[in-house]
Ligand binder design. Structure first.
Ligand code: NAD
Length: 382
């Protein structure tokens, strides 16, 4: 694994847990973790459960006893690490968004296609697909329970940089992060809605805004926390993005991604309206799915709350008895479960780099639309 902070910790927990919970045809062994600071990565290795710590990711890729490279670094190093790893015959799991630009994402897809021909697999870490309620949402839509999809309404709301004195961490720098709220959290709702509907976004019109244009440079930062230094610098990404979209199935969609929704900590909410019913998912109540079945007799219609903790719900049987709820971290364990199973059975894990390129094309289209006063931009097929 490369990178050991926020996602590094989430992925480590999943790698530690996955074989203890799921009965899989292959076993994950946590061989080595990479970071740039020798002392810090050694401490992280011992805390997170990795046998060794190294300071150059190339050392991981050169080793014969490593089969999988898990990329948990900021977007500016995804393409370089993932492409080198795939070329060295390592399966790659890469955090989202896949890259910082469409060009990088295309290069990653080209490497993935070549590697796939040799049985080397790749996937992008859109973990919310693996929340059981989200998987159930997809299954119900695939079974036709909503009929034709008319509306997708998706928001991802956070508030961690509303204070103008919050420092200019890497997530606020375009050269490191690619974009701001758009690529960080907007990417999640783009992938999630394309996943559950089985449709793609074909065009967008949107606005982006950077509300706080200058911030103190960080004295020190780790994960999402940081302390401010005396000097300041320019914020080079969006603080918020809103856009409307057309879906390949003819529906209309709205999206909002912001880090300025005061009071909203990690508010991901998606509502889908179809001709036969509606589904609603709210990450703050991730064990639940709301379902309105318009095919029921009128007197019985109404939103019902499905507690997604039954053994016949996706992923749940391996965990606890009904009603013994799951949390955020389980989505990562499920991600590793599906990744390991695909590798062991010689199939391609999802979301593929191609799926993640589709998300990148949407991000790029929203950015270009925002720069052109909400002009309509078609999302060209990858
Ligand atoms: N799936 C999710 O829900 C989710 C949530 C947060 C972040 N992410 C994604 O995960 C990735 C990492 O984000 P994070 O929140 O973990 O960031 P972070 O700042 O918490 O951690 C980044 C880690 O990468 C290391 N690093 C940076 N450049 C490196 C390099 N060149 N070589 C080796 N190590 C390097 C840092 O030292 C740190 O350990 C990003 O792509 C981000 O978009 C995904």
């Amino acid at each position: 694994m490369v990178g050991y902070a926020f996602m590094g910790a989430a992925h480590s927990q999943a790698w530690r847990t996955v074989n203890r919970v799921f009965d899989l045809p292959a076993r994950a062994t946590m061989v080595a973790v990479c970071g740039r600071d020798g002392a810090k990565v050694a401490e992280a290795a011992s805390r997170l459960g990795w046998a060794e710590a190294v300071t150059d990711w190339r050392a991981l890729i050169a080793r014969d006893d490593i089969d999988v490279i898990d990329v948990c670094t900021p977007g500016d190093s995804h393409a370089e690490i993932a492409i080198a790893a795939l070329e060295a015959g390592k399966h790659v799991l890469c955090e989202k968004p896949l890259a910082n630009s469409v060009d990088e994402a295309r290069a990653m897809v080209a490497a993935a296609v070549k590697a796939r021909a040799l049985g080397v697999r790749s996937a992008c870490g859109f973990n919310y697909r693996r929340v059981p309620a989200v998987s159930l949402m997809r299954n119900l839509i695939a079974e036709g329970r909503l009929g034709a999809i008319r509306h997708v309404r998706a928001v991802y709301l956070q508030d961690w940089i509303t204070d103008p004195n919050f420092p200019l961490v890497w997530r606020l720098q375009k050269d490191k992060a690619g974009s701001g709220a758009l690529g960080d959290i907007g990417a999640h709702i783009i992938d999630l809605t394309q996943f559950v509907t089985g449709q793609t976004i074909t065009g967008v019109a949107g606005l982006t805004e950077t509300f706080v244009k200058e911030r103190p440079l960080p004295a020190e930062s780790s994960g999402l926390s940081a302390s401010a230094g005396a000097a300041t610098g320019e914020v080079t990404v969006d603080d918020a993005a809103v856009f409307v979209a057309r879906l390949s199935g003819g529906g209309l969609a709205t999206y909002e991604a912001t880090r300025f929704a005061t009071g909203r900590k990690n508010g991901l909410k998606v509502e889908i309206n179809g001709e036969r019913g509606s589904l609603v998912f709210d990450l703050e109540r991730l064990n639940e799915l709301e379902f309105y079945d318009a095919t029921l007799p009128t007197a019985e219609q109404g939103f019902s709350r499905i507690l997604v903790t039954e053994g016949d719900h996706p992923y749940v049987a391996a965990w606890w008895p009904p009603g013994h709820i799951l949390g955020y971290e389980h989505s990562f364990t499920h991600e590793m479960r599906d990744f390991i199973e695909a590798i062991a059975t010689g199939s391609d894990p999802t979301p593929s780099f191609e799926d993640a390129l589709q998300v990148q094309l949407v991000l790029d289209a929203v950015e270009r639309s925002g720069a052109a006063d909400a002009a309509w931009i078609s999302v060209v097929e990858s």
